[in-house]
Design a protein around this ligand. Structure first.
Ligand code: AQP
Length: 329
């Protein structure tokens, strides 16, 4: 089986974009691949606003419970916390040594995030190398992610190729797995920009959190930005309407032509009302399952401990090979 690796940062409000773009794709392909899903807590420390140990601890558990509630099966997939496997940090140092600064200076996520923050850490700049380490440690074939991570997978490939060229064949060259539709869900309040965890935390009506109440889901969708037309065709609709159509498509599993025919001649109120229903229908079972799992602290700890053991074995093997090839053994 091909190996899949992916992760989510334990920060902010996990939203429907994370679910449609990443999590649902993991679940959908779970049986097909050998899966490793990580909670990338070291990545979340790259933003200085995230320095609250209590919050971080709570968020790690929340993400673990959400992985399970969304359908990640611990029998089929390894689930673990990044900082529990020290090889991620160690490999990052070694890969830093083969990664030119110019490559990192081109990363659009760094440019965007550093603009938003008063204090930019060295770690934020180095984020893509840590992500490359995550992926390469497990000799990953496929990385299922949203569109915003495409550039980071490309640099991962570049780093792996450069390392293999300098030190001999060591890493498998991974590929991204990105959905054709739903890989970039936009903010409901601001459909020109991607739905984001941090914005969702501070702005009501920007995103729908996987744990949002029915009333919040309804408010956010009913107030979503639209236009004064009645255009329901995917290729012609304005950004806000297209975003809702794409969500409708992903949550209903219906084809674009069926959806266009269904809404033709209708109004945006209708689309919004149906999307509210559909979202609640999709999130209700996840929320129920989440509420059940989050209370079972020792069950979660057990899964994360098993995950750590399994991940460590693979990571240790790769790192030993890396060090041998570099002359560090
Ligand atoms: N809007 C999105 N649409 C589709 N997929 C998305 N992803 C993120 N946003 C969207 C995918 O979700 C996975 C987890 O990414 P993350 O932990 O980096 O979360 P984030 O929402 O991008 O939040 P951040 O990094 O904390 O960013 P900001 O500061 O923008 O809020 C990834 O596979 C990602 O592609």
């Amino acid at each position: 089986k091909k190996r899949v690796f992916s992760g989510i940062q334990p920060t902010g409000k996990i939203h429907i974009g994370n679910y449609v773009g990443a999590l649902s794709l993991w679940v959908e392909n779970q049986k097909k691949y050998d899966n490793i899903f990580c909670i990338v807590d070291l990545h979340s420390l790259t933003i200085p606003e995230n320095i609250d140990p209590k919050y971080l601890r709570k968020k790690v558990k929340e993400i673990a419970a959400l992985y399970l509630a969304c359908g990640i099966d611990p029998q089929e997939s390894t689930i673990f916390v990044q900082s529990h496997v020290p090889q991620h940090a160690e490999l990052t140092w070694l890969l830093n040594c083969v990664t030119p600064m110019g490559w990192l200076q081109r990363m659009t996520q760094f440019k965007d995030k550093s603009k938003k923050s008063d204090s930019v850490s060295t770690a934020l700049f180095d984020y893509p190398v840590l992500m490359a380490s995550d992926i390469l440690l497990y000799q990953t074939d496929l990385v299922p992610v949203g569109e915003d991570q495409k550039q980071h997978i490309e640099i991962t490939r570049d780093i792996a190729q450069r390392f293999n060229h300098l030190y001999g064949d060591t890493f498998k060259i991974p590929k991204e797995l990105i959905k054709k539709s739903g890989a970039r869900i936009m903010g409901f309040d601001d459909p020109e920009n991607k739905m984001s965890k941090s914005t969702g935390e501070i702005k009501a009506r920007h995103s729908i959190g996987l744990l949002d109440s029915k009333a919040d889901i309804k408010n956010t969708i009913m107030k979503a930005t639209t236009d004064s037309n009645r255009e329901f065709r995917f290729d012609h609709a304005s950004a806000g309407v297209k975003n809702m159509l794409v969500l409708y498509e992903n949550l209903s599993g219906k084809s674009r032509s069926k959806i266009e025919a269904h809404f033709a001649g209708s109004n945006y109120g209708q689309l919004k009302r149906e999307l509210v229903e559909l979202t609640i229908e999709n999130l209700e079972p996840i929320q129920k399952e989440y509420q059940r799992i989050i209370k079972e602290d020792s069950y979660l700890d057990d899964i994360l401990e098993k995950g750590q053991k399994k991940a460590s074995q693979i990571a240790a093997k790769t790192l030993a090979e890396v060090k041998k090839n570099m002359g560090l053994n």
